[in-house]
Write a protein that binds this ligand. Sequence first.
Ligand SMILES: [Zn+2]
Length: 331
Amino acid sequence: MPQGLAAKAGTRFAKPHGPELQVDSGCSCTFECTTFTAFHGKSRYSGFRSQRNEKTAMKSVGYLLCAVLLFGLCNASASDQKLIALTFDDGPRPYILFGYNAPGVKPVPSLLDLLDKNQAKATFFVMGWRLLPNTYGERHEYRTDKTCLDAAREEFRRGHEIENHTFSHVQLKQFERTKGEAAAIADVDRGAQLIKTVTGSQPHYLRPPDWIMPSDLERDLQHRGWTVLTISSEMPVALRDINSLDYLCAGKATQCPKPSLDASVLKTIEARERKGITTHIIAFHELSTTVAALEVLLPELRARGYQFVTLQEYMNRVRTKPLPATMKGQP
Ligand SMILES: [Zn+2]
């Protein structure tokens, strides 16, 4: 690469003259900004110094060209990577996954069919107790002829990922305090074991109920191979969950985001895009109101160029790119 001014998104670099140029696009790209150096050098050293105003104007144009080039390259890089990891907690719930349609009852469209229709692969954070053979896993929940185990097998068969939301959906901080760390780890492991009976392999991701996890337990689970999902501002923004707040739209829904859940999620994504963030992990639940919102949201996001991938694929693709330090601590 020719010598020049190396510019990296999220870094601050000083010009020989004039103010610092902050490149804070929120994406990661690196290139040699020789254009600026050449242009700037010419304006200073090759006969354009008759007028101070002229020099200032030339420098400004140089800065502008460099900034435009940087923005273009970064933006091109970001648009290659418009990814969403759709995740659903608290299942498997057969009537949501397969849908339900009967006289006198509000029909529930199938979440699995909706995902297929939108070429979306998703990740389901299931509660282990729903996969228990001979008991809960095999009951015909609600109004369907399918069991929870049928639903989990069908998720896996259609190419979705199944990850761990603990066995008993306990609040781990409180659970650890009363039962001890070994019991908390055992609850996580029990959930994992039941998932393994469906998928044949060990899950790797753990979303603690309500995202509540004592730091010592988190550290120990990480040592045991778990990647713990979080909403903590300590985590780079592209690797932390977006709380869709969809649970507020179930039941009486008095606190459901206004004007609608789909509009609210879209607004959150647009706010992140303005900071150059085009990769998102979104936490939903298996709820009929969520399926209704996704019927609007998924086609809209696809039209905007988003791809819906499993969490594993998301991590593979997002983690290969260095995340700028500036992405830490942003909302
Ligand atoms: Zn949950």
